[in-house]
Design a protein around this ligand. Sequence first.
Ligand code: SAH
Length: 347
Amino acid sequence: MKDILQDLSYSQTEELVLTLGEKKFRAKQLFDGINKGRRISEIPGLSAEFRAKLTERFEDCPAEIVRTYKSADGTEKYLFRLADGNIIEGVLMKYKYGNTQCVSTQVGCRMGCKFCASTLNGRIRDLTAGEILSQVLVVNALHAEGKIRGVTNIVLMGSGEPLDNYDNVVKFLKNVTAAEGLNISARNISLSTCGLVERMYDLAEEGLPVNLTVSLHNTTDEERARTMPIAKRYKIKDILDACTNYFEKTGRRYIFEYSLIEGENCDARHAEELVRLLKGRPCHVNLIRLNEVKERNLKALGDKQAYRFLGLLEKGGLSATLRRQIGSDIGGACGQLRAGYLEGGEN
Ligand code: SAH
């Protein structure tokens, strides 16, 4: 595989331009073009010779949209093809306040969560910072429509465990928030983790106040380990301590994701335990309807019971919401589109 130009920061782009024998101001032209989601071949004003040097060394399009699924509610899901032929998926959700894009950080995942389709075939490879950024750049360009930004918010909730690809993810966060680049505020970015505790401490030191989201999905270590193997390595107590540290270091409230799985994690007892664990903390609980994965035998909780569970959390004094289901007419996310595509089906 060739190098990825989108991996480079602005100052690295300046160095590159000089190494290739061009004037320094070309860096701005190149960086602007890249950040507008253009291919090297589409950036205006570059000489044929410079373009040839660039395309010899760098991928012209590190993440190309090969399929788009549009929902009646405006949600769009994409399959991207990477330069080595691997396929990843992403989603754009349209809200009143802006457009939120969900990006992938790895091809596949090795965390093994029982409810998730991304992990069915394990982790194929990490994405580079530029491959993560390229997903945003091409979707941003599609939706910019004359505005500076088509994507206003980013969630790292596609395929992969962001903190299992730590260095590349942090580099991506630095580049996407950089003033010379897309300049998306860290406050508009959420990183979701299954709870890799040491890396949660590391993230708190990066000076990037992104929103931290933790996939909890159960209330005791034993029960959590039934659907999340990572629970054998990291205890809920240690995850909560890492969240406290994150809040102290960044001033950011944190969020827990809790996907409601019938018979697994949503009895009245679980609601009581959640209240006991989380009450008084500067946090929010996001209840999620399970996207049933056909390879797994897990069932979503019915709507009525889901609202009852939400009511118990609120009565216990927690800030909680049941996430609105969007884009359900165009197939699930969480790795299901890619799995369907690789099988040759349409999902
Ligand atoms: N690896 C990160 C990002 C995962 S995706 C993490 O574990 O947080 C974002 C969220 O979707 C996580 O909370 C994940 O547990 C959840 N999720 C995965 N598959 C799901 C499914 N089939 N239905 C509902 N939520 C799912």
